[in-house]
Design a binder for this molecule. Sequence first.
Ligand code: ATP
Ligand code: MG
Length: 382
Amino acid sequence: MKHQEIKQRFGIVGNSSKLDQAISIALQIAPTDISALITGESGVGKESMPKIIHFNSQRKHNKYIAVNCGAIPEGTIDSELFGHEKGAFTGASDNRKGYFEVADSGTIFLDEVGELPLSTQVRLLRVLESGEFMKVGSSQVKKVDVRVIAATNVNIEDAISKGKFREDLYYRLNTINIKVPSLAERIEDIHLLFRKFSSDFADRYHIPPIRLKEEAVEILHSYSWPGNIRQLKNIVEQISAIEQDRSISLEILKNYIPKHNSTPILFRDEKLENDFSEREILYKVLFDMKNDLNDLKRVTKELMSSSQQQIDEEKTINHIIENSDKIIQKNKEEDLLLTLQEQEKILIEKALKRHQGRRKDAADELGISERTLYRKIKEYLL
Ligand SMILES: Nc1ncnc2c1ncn2[C@@H]1O[C@H](COP(=O)(O)OP(=O)(O)OP(=O)(O)O)[C@@H](O)[C@H]1O
Ligand SMILES: [Mg+2]
């Protein structure tokens, strides 16, 4: 029962025993102050675990701060985490509190902890062991009481053997390990997740949900899902956006699953994640466009007094809407990379502006990972 409530509250779908095991450990350690390391492949849903821990702990009324260590440039990470004194470096025009100070009495989630530079690892170990830290440019020792939960999708032991991660820090973080299972380890949940994403997408765009014909379910189970839930979600969105017939046959589904794919353009890049996020952004642009046009249609209808003019306007707008549908279809066959990138750049710029440059919020809005956003900001020189 408790598990069901937790799943509902944190938007977790699935009934597999490995998932339940991970949730049980999170709940068990929640009331303590023990650090934990969340591991699991990319896209398995690691980010819910630290939230479960924090919001079931005595710290729940205090701050929870999630920091994506992979998305913060190396030069500023110490200052972000521990703060800095005025004049500590060029551009440090004010004193600044770091996340550790802000999160005092609360919890910090260090996502992609394997990306931390070695010098930051030293500072982190100190704060974990004694609660002590110093702001950048200061020699005054400060004390905080912060619980640290970390996550990684890379093999930290490899990083240790390459001298990129401190072994002592690893042991300190990994007091408890919570392994979030991959989709391949929870096959029984795949169809359930498919249905959930299909219904979410249908609600969001006011269209009927897609359903799999019985014969199609088998491929869902036999495919390896290297991008896990994130990949599944993207595929469901692609199919939901493109296919007119909402009942999906085996043949149709095969087109979207990389191994069985017959329209390679959908999976052009080597790195799956890149392509998914680009697709996702494109669909958002097209759907937004379509929604805007539908709004426009409604407004025009209300405003138009002359009925003939209204009919003409409506025809034009309907034509544009049809065209946007065609663009979605056409995109299956044509290379729209250039416009795609332009659209993507504009969309990213807008999202960053809306969130005053806060990458985490912008990435959430765009439905891409913060790391992808960070890469794209660099790519587009934003
Ligand atoms: N059990 C679940 N039920 C429904 N949606 C889920 C579940 N687990 C994850 N998701 C969704 O899947 C996506 C990926 O999850 P998340 O960002 O937590 O992955 P991750 O393990 O942190 O991956 P990475 O290592 O690449 O950062 C998110 O959109 C999340 O909302
Ligand atoms: Mg993550």
